[in-house]
Design a protein around this ligand. Structure first.
Ligand SMILES: [Zn+2]
Length: 429
């Protein structure tokens, strides 16, 4: 068990309180007049938030600076340089009119955790770094994970020249305007080598923890996703003169396909989910039999073969429906992201931490994408979830109870202590 200095529990409680205050303060950068927060990559409110974090990290005694693309790091240097650093954090950007907690909570809690560890235990053996990734959501440019993707090498500057925001500003221009001129630094100016592990604390953005009366979620895997567009073609015809038996109604066919998607997903069971989130009837008119329908399909699972198998089975059934109704279907795959498993050893250390401090915990998959999925393939990675009230996120109504925020913070502190100061979990990475 971790050694304790006198009164460190009081100190931990103080840092927990301070964490809540800083989180509230951070939400003032990009605060929307009608409620909620908007901090899009490289905009003024984003820049102010990152700068504020640098100054707060410095006040906590961390060495803090921007990297070449705008990620902010706060480093607590360790005495043994042979030990690879453990990174912990999340993202500072938000969706348009998002909440105060998505990303921001993980950033602030990480920074305060390192501040607490330094205050309570001094210099660690292993370097610990808090990180505020510049972008995760993909809300300004049509590309997500710009921050963690640079650190892990999955994103390159070449992508910045091609992508533009709705106003026509390219990612590269936006970067330069915000003061990040990475020209001449190569395609991967912010790539980090030798990362010991990555641990991310985040709100659940779902209702499972609340439903199961758990305070902490230990993420098993971040689900993979297949996103498809399905075009259904029938025959547009007069709604009055075309008998029911002589129709090739694309919308009626699509409706059957949507219902079947839900039914097959229910039969497949958790953790599979399948969603038709958008359906469009082209040239749809009230007095015309629809001939042209497009809908989206979003399929997610924590297991790649299971996800693929479900997708193939579903598409076969959709073809059967089309054939029976005299329709044709064409599918286009827009995204195929494999699931990313979280590290068993670190996950077990998180569970042990919860047990030690009596926070009820459970394992669960993450149905949403996170920065941790970029780290999973390159270093041991893990995620800690806290409950989201009513499962709401990406909304001004996003909320997590203060007690749960503090519980997540304390769990993170406990786990980071193990890795930074040579606790029981030190050997697993
Ligand atoms: Zn997030």
């Amino acid at each position: 068990m971790a050694k304790r200095i006198p009164n460190s529990q009081d100190l931990l409680a103080q840092f927990g309180e301070r964490m809540l205050e800083v989180l509230e303060e951070l939400s003032s950068y990009g605060a929307d007049p009608e409620g909620g927060v908007t901090r899009l990559l490289y905009t003024e409110s984003w820049l102010q938030a990152q700068r504020a974090l640098i100054s707060k990290m410095q006040q906590l005694g961390l060495e803090s600076a921007f990297d070449a693309v705008g990620n902010v790091f706060g480093k607590l240097s360790g005495s043994q340089i042979a030990l690879k650093p453990v990174l912990t954090g999340s993202h500072v950007d938000t969706v348009k009119n998002g909440g105060k907690y998505d990303g921001a909570y993980g950033v602030v809690a990480s920074m305060m955790a390192l501040g607490y560890l330094k205050a309570a235990y001094g210099e660690p053996k292993r370097t610990l770094e808090a990180v505020s990734f510049c972008e995760e959501e993909g809300s300004r440019f049509p590309l997500a994970y710009w921050g963690s993707g640079h650190v892990t090498g999955a994103r390159s500057l070449a992508q910045a020249a091609e992508l533009a925001d709705p106003a026509g500003v390219t990612l590269l221009e936006a970067m330069r305007q915000a003061g990040f001129n990475a020209a001449g630094l190569g395609e991967h100016p912010a790539k980090r080598e030798q990362i010991g592990a990555y641990i991310e604390l985040h709100i659940e953005q779902g209702s499972v923890l609340t439903y199961r009366h758990k305070q902490i979620g230990v993420v098993t895997a971040i689900v993979g996703q297949i996103r498809l567009t399905v075009h259904v073609t029938g025959s547009s015809n007069h709604a009055g003169t075309t008998p029911m038996t002589m129709r090739r109604d694309a919308l009626a066919g699509a409706a059957e396909m949507v219902t079947l998607t839900e039914q097959m997903a229910l039969e497949a069971g958790e953790p599979l989910v399948a969603t038709v989130g958008r359906l469009e009837v082209r040239r749809g008119t009230s007095n015309v039999v629809p001939g042209d329908v497009t809908f989206t399909l979003d399929i997610r699972h924590t297991d790649e073969p299971e996800m693929r198998t479900f997708c193939v089975r579903l598409l076969t059934k959709l073809e059967e429906i089309a054939l029976r109704r005299g329709l044709t279907i064409e599918t286009v795959e827009n995204l195929h992201a494999s699931p990313v498993a979280m590290h068993e050893g670190i996950s077990a250390a998180i569970e042990a931490a919860c047990e030690a401090v009596s926070f009820p915990s459970m394992r669960l998959p993450s149905g949403a994408g996170h920065d941790a999925q970029l780290f999973g393939p390159i270093c041991p990675s893990a995620m800690i979830f806290v409950p989201s009230v009513a499962g709401i996120s990406h909304s001004p109504a996003e909320f997590t109870e203060a007690g749960d925020l503090v519980a997540g913070f304390q769990t993170l502190v406990h786990v980071l202590y193990q890795f930074g100061y040579g606790g029981e979990a030190d050997e697993i990475i």
